[in-house]
Write a protein of this length. Structure first.
Length: 140
């Protein structure tokens, strides 16, 4: 299983992705931050037997860093230093807005749906494999 994360300052959406079917399912939203958030993620990674973690990186429309993407990169750096599974990022441009549209119509948890959309992007971006132990995304 792959864990998808839509990291935010107040809420962090989670989704699970099946590596065989390449189907992402919204899971939950955590409201913890800092060490509490990392602790909950470590527990979840162990409990769900997670083999990879994919975090959405909010770049702007030109693919450039934003203030939020710098915060996400710090979170990813901290998470990588604490887990034994590969951690990578994918561009999540506009996923939260798209998820808000979906949940406005059908209901659900916007942050968890955004995390599932992040995994969908990961699955559709190529073969979905890591090319090294650092957890960097393989070239598509």
């Amino acid at each position: 299983m792959i864990l998808g994360i839509d990291y935010g300052g107040k809420r962090t959406g989670l989704a699970l992705g099946d590596t065989v079917t390449k189907i992402a399912t919204p899971m939950d939203t955590l409201t913890s931050t800092g060490e509490d958030l990392i602790g909950e993620l470590l527990d979840l990674i162990e409990m769900e037997d997670i083999t990879k973690v994919i975090v959405g990186l909010p770049l702007n429309e030109n693919g450039e860093e934003t203030m939020q993407s710098k915060k996400v990169e710090e979170f990813v750096k901290d998470l990588k230093s604490r887990v034994e599974v590969p951690v990578a990022t994918v561009d999540e441009y506009l996923t939260t807005k798209a998820a808000a549209g979906v949940t406005r119509i059908s209901g659900g948890d916007t942050d968890a749906v955004a995390a599932a959309m992040i995994l969908d992007e990961y699955f559709s971006s190529g073969d979905g494999e890591f090319d090294n132990e650092e957890g960097e995304e393989a070239e598509a």
